[in-house]
Structure formats: structure tokens, C-alpha cells
Design a binder for this molecule. Structure first.
Ligand code: SF4
Ligand code: SF4
Length: 580
């Protein structure tokens, strides 16, 4: 098994500053809900030495762009170094981040991602910030209480005192909605290089007037990243592009960032061409995670190859760094199951560890591994209905080792239809290894869709129906009916996509087969009746609004929307009735 230790400069020369003043080491730490390093209101206390990365993958663009890594493999004392991606893309101005060493980390400069607020006025489906203030303040780490303008100014004055130079990426939420953004930007402009990522929904005239004028040298506002969110309800294409041009022509360097969510991905090239025509830099960025509709960020082959064609080298789908490889090969004994709604579906198979790390199932382990299964409606393969978790059948699965899997999928409450079950490896911290490029096994489930067998016979013997001979007008009766199943298939079974019911029709006068019924009633029994068994069921006879006179009640079994059993040769039970 390969052992890799990754030391990283995150927490020293790359930090995230959140709305309540909490400071995180990197985006991966924030997303994994790890504790902040410190709170900026209590002083600026960064890490002093490169520290081990606790994550399996370094995936967030800002983390990849701004951190240097030293990767130690096995007992080799010489590490492989991985430079910040922004340095490999364009080294100008980033040299100090690349030049730091394990012994001499960068102490007098830092890249800081600052989110003054996580609130936003847009509703992008792929962004947690779209869920509204209530959820953000309740569920988002370090989102509230937001620091006041005065507190932010004090915090940033202390940061300015700590560093000779800094690079600040202002983001959010929508940062231009925060009253602190512009005062802090002005404060930073003489000493730090600043960029803002904005959806440009606010007043750009004010922005151009209020922002410090662009100037030469390495400090000041250097870039506005205009974040393009086509599928947000408030997005106005023409207004957005007009604002990009307005900023550009007023001397503010502006680029468009396009989020590669699958629903808008294939329009990226249109905007890239527009940018080319208007000499505006364009970046398509991959999208990770799960959106607010429950869609998973697992690109299809078509999506991946489109993204890789349009995105720049450092934003392609394979640019994340995987430090620990968790690969698997899962096989199920079947790829198709038919069952009745409510049945428990059992599926067996095996899963092989084809990665380089072992999987522990121990409950006291920090992150025990398990088998996960997700149930989707057919055709909605990114939006799950239910998910299940099963323990591994071995306490530890070593690389190349295999273990049995046994899955039980509950179907109660599911409607008849076609479903898909995905089976793969998961970890207690919510990680689905499918999202790391693994291929889960899929099982199609047909629930209650069987037709009757070809040689099936349907027939009944109607034994009795307890109905009055005479009844008052506008009355409702309950009649007990007995009918024997003389065919070869069970009635009222959820196993079949055939809807057998006990029916009773009301006809005027003596019954003629050519007559049209005045009323059509059903009993709706629920318990299956097997061939040879007798059904006893109550059927409600509703005579309301039926005029006085002589009628016929005709009892029969019916296969809804297909046929009455009489059409298949059975004798209906006919009862004359007089309504007074
Ligand atoms: S390698 Fe990436 S994920 Fe790990 S600590 Fe550094 S920035 Fe964070
Ligand atoms: S504009 Fe940006 S912050 Fe706002 S909802 Fe969309 S992605 Fe999120």
C-alpha cells in the first residue's frame, strides 16, 4: 500500500476569512466542516509551518491556485513539490508563493479569500448561497453574525500590519451587497492586490465611481470576475454583458467566469465566442457538489469532454489533486429486478478495492467505510428518492481484496414504475466515491409492472350479493358480495400492472347487454385473492339522484380500462331493484 503524506502551505500563505471573522485554512477544510484556525477579531494567528493535509483530494480552485504542497511518498525523504496553479498558469506576481520552502514558508505575504457576507440576491440552483438568509445564518458555518463595517476595518488594519504584501480575492455570496466591501477595498488598495467576484447585479455606475481608480504597480483593484449565472431567475443576459463592457471601457480589468453546471454548460462556448469578439477574458470552471435540487456533480462523458474542450488547462475536469486513491469495482448478481410495491428487494454482489488505501468498517474509526445505495426514479438519475447504507462484510478491506455485499431495498410507499438503484462505496462523512470518478453498479427495478402471464385465465363465479329488492330514493347501501376466483391469476395483486376490481353497474329496467349504465361503482378490496379462493367484500351502492323506477344491478369483476370478466366468458350476477 502506498503511503503519502502531504504537507501544505494552506493556513500560512493562503487563508479564508468568513463573515463572522472565522479564518479557515482552506476551502476543503471549510466544506468538510473542520474547525476554523482562529477568529480574526481575537488577533491574526496563522499557522507557522506547512502542516499535513487531512483531505483525500485537493479540489477547490482557490486551494489549488494558491497553495504549495510537499508530497512525501513512502520512506523517501525527498518530497515532490506541487506549485500553486496560479503560478504555473502565470508566474508574474506569484513568485513568492512558489519560492517558499518547508523551512522558510512565506511569512510576509498571504493570499486571503474574503467573504464579507454569504448572502446573495440570486438563486443559482448550484449554489448554497441561494437558499436565503434564514438557512445561511442557521446552517452555514461562520456566516453569522456578520462583522460590522467598523469591525472589518479594524481586522483588516491588523492584517495590513502583518504583511508587506497580500492578494485578496473578495467573494461571497454577493460581496457588493455588503456595506463593508468598498471601504475595505479602499483601505487595502495601497498595499494589497485585490480582485472581486460579483454577479454584477448591483449598480455598476456606482461601482466605477466608488472604486479606487486602477493604477500601475502590483497593488489596487486589479480584476473584477464577472460571474455569469445563466439559470438564475434574476439574470439578464444583455444587462450583464453590457455591464462587463461598461467596466472594461472604464478601465477596470474584467473577466467572465462561467460555472459549468450541466444545465448551462453547453452554452459556455457561445459566451466564450462573445468574449473573444469583445476582447474579454473568459474562464469556464467545473462544478462540484450537489445542487439545491439534489443533482449530483458527476459529469457524463459528453459533459466532461465538452468541459475539457472549452475550459482552460487549469480548470479542466482532471485538475484536482488526489492524494489517496479510493477506487472500487462493484458487481451485482443481477442488473434487473421485478417486484411488487412494498416488497423488500434483496440484491447480492461483491466489491473489490482497486485503490491504494484500505477501507476500515470499524465504527470507532473516524470515517468508517460502508456500502451505499441510492434509489432514483428512471430518467432522473441525478435526483435520488431514498438512500440506504449497509456495513462492509469485513472489518477491513485491503487493496485488491474483495468483500461480499448484501443489500435490502425497501419499496413501501413507492408507486408502480421503473426505478434505478446505484450501488457503490461510501464513507461516514458523507463522501460518495462515485464523486471521485468511480463507477457504481446499477440495478433497474420494475415495481408492479408485470403483465399477467400469457397463458393466464381470468374468470369468476359470482356467488351472492346481499341487496334489497326495494329501496327508498336517495339512499346509500352497503352490499356484501361473494365471488370466487375461478381463473389462474390472483386478484388485487400489486405484482401485476393489471387493476382488477369488484364492480357493480346500475341499468334502467331489465338488463340488456347493449344498455348504457347509469352508475358505475367499485368495492376496492385490498387483500389479494388467489385462484380458488373466495372474495367477500362490501360495495357501496349509491342511489342518490336516481329517479323512482325499476332497475338492474349487475355485479362483475373488472380489469380496469381493459375488460369486464363477462367479456372473458364469466357470468355476471344480476339483481333487480325497485327505487320508490
Ligand atoms: S492540499 Fe488542498 S485540501 Fe489539503 S490542506 Fe492544502 S489546500 Fe487544503
Ligand atoms: S450569484 Fe454567486 S453567490 Fe449568488 S447564488 Fe449565484 S453562485 Fe451563489
Amino acid at each position: 500500500m502506498s503511503t503519502k503524506t502531504v504537507l501544505c502551505s494552506a493556513g500560512i500563505s493562503h487563508l479564508l476569512l468568513y463573515p463572522n471573522g472565522d479564518v479557515y485554512r482552506c476551502m476543503a477544510d471549510y466544506n468538510a466542516r473542520r474547525a476554523p484556525l482562529f477568529n480574526a477579531k481575537e488577533g491574526w494567528k496563522t499557522l507557522e509551518r506547512p502542516t499535513e493535509c487531512p483531505h483525500d483530494t485537493c479540489y477547490a480552485a482557490c486551494d489549488l491556485d494558491w497553495t504549495k504542497k510537499w508530497v512525501f511518498e513512502g520512506s523517501d525523504p525527498v518530497p515532490q513539490t506541487i506549485q500553486p496553479q496560479s503560478y504555473t498558469v502565470n508566474p508574474t506576481g506569484i513568485e513568492a508563493w512558489a519560492a517558499q520552502t518547508l523551512d522558510r514558508p512565506l511569512a510576509n505575504m498571504a493570499h486571503i479569500v474574503w467573504a464579507p457576507s454569504l448572502l446573495c440576491n440570486y438563486d443559482c440552483r448550484y449554489c448554497g448561497c441561494a437558499v436565503g438568509a434564514h438557512e445561511i445564518h442557521k446552517d452555514f458555518l461562520s456566516a453569522a453574525p456578520e462583522l460590522s463595517v467598523g469591525e472589518w476595518v479594524a481586522v483588516w488594519k491588523e492584517i495590513l500590519g502583518r504583511y508587506d504584501f497580500g492578494i485578496v480575492s473578495i467573494t461571497g455570496g454577493e460581496p457588493l451587497l455588503s456595506r463593508a466591501t468598498l471601504p475595505v477595498l479602499k483601505l487595502l488598495s495601497d498595499q494589497f492586490r485585490v480582485s472581486i467576484t460579483s454577479n454584477l447585479s448591483t449598480n455598476v455606475f456606482g461601482l466605477v465611481r466608488d472604486l479606487p481608480q486602477p493604477k500601475g504597480g502590483r497593488t489596487g483593484l486589479k480584476l473584477i470576475v464577472a460571474s455569469l449565472h445563466l439559470t438564475a431567475k434574476a439574470f439578464d443576459r444583455d444587462a450583464f454583458l453590457a455591464k462587463v463592457l461598461y467596466l472594461k471601457h472604464n478601465g477596470i480589468s474584467t473577466m467572465i467566469n462561467f460555472v459549468g453546471h450541466p444545465l448551462q454548460l453547453f452554452l459556455a462556448d457561445d459566451f466564450k465566442q462573445w468574449c473573444k469578439t469583445h476582447d474579454v477574458p473568459f474562464v469556464l470552471s467545473p462544478w462540484y457538489g450537489r445542487d439545491n435540487d439534489g443533482f449530483e456533480a458527476v459529469y457524463t462523458e459528453a459533459e466532461r469532454s465538452y468541459l475539457d474542450k472549452v475550459a482552460p488547462a487549469h480548470r479542466k475536469s482532471h485538475t484536482q489533486l488526489e492524494f489517496r486513491s479510493y477506487r472500487y469495482l462493484v458487481k451485482t448478481e443481477t442488473s434487473r429486478v421485478t417486484a411488487a410495491p412494498g416488497e423488500l428487494i434483496a440484491i447480492k454482489g461483491t466489491i473489490q478495492n482497486t485503490g491504494t488505501r484500505s477501507w476500515s468498517a470499524a465504527a470507532d474509526d473516524d470515517k468508517p467505510f460502508a456500502i451505499g445505495a441510492m434509489l432514483y426514479p428512471a430518467g432522473e438519475t441525478r435526483k435520488w428518492l431514498r438512500h440506504f447504507k449497509y456495513p462492509l462484510s469485513k472489518s477491513e478491506v485491503l487493496p485488491q481484496d474483495e468483500c461480499d455485499i448484501e443489500i435490502e431495498c425497501a419499496t413501501e410507499g413507492l408507486a408502480r414504475g421503473v426505478y434505478m438503484l446505484k450501488v457503490g462505496l461510501i464513507r461516514e462523512d458523507g463522501l460518495w466515491f462515485e464523486n471521485k470518478g468511480n463507477e457504481p453498479s446499477t440495478v433497474d427495478i420494475e415495481l408492479g409492472l408485470n403483465a399477467f402471464p400469457e397463458n393466464a385465465t381470468v374468470s369468476c363465479e359470482l356467488l351472492d350479493a346481499a341487496v334489497p329488492v326495494v329501496c327508498e330514493r336517495d339512499t346509500i347501501y352497503s352490499a356484501r358480495v361473494r365471488a370466487r376466483n375461478t381463473g389462474s391469476v390472483e386478484w388485487f395483486s400489486k405484482r401485476y400492472d393489471e387493476e382488477i376490481q369488484l364492480g357493480c353497474r346500475l341499468f334502467q329496467g331489465a338488463f340488456e347487454f347493449s344498455d348504457v349504465s347509469l352508475r358505475d361503482m367499485r368495492a376496492y378490496p385490498a387483500t389479494p385473492v388467489m385462484p380458488g379462493e373466495t372474495l367477500e367484500a362490501d360495495i357501496t351502492l349509491d342511489f342518490s339522484n336516481i329517479p323512482s323506477g325499476g332497475y338492474s344491478l349487475v355485479f362483475d369483476l373488472v380489469n380496469e380500462r381493459k375488460y369486464w370478466f363477462r367479456d372473458k366468458g364469466s357470468q355476471p350476477l344480476i339483481k333487480p331493484i325497485t327505487i320508490l
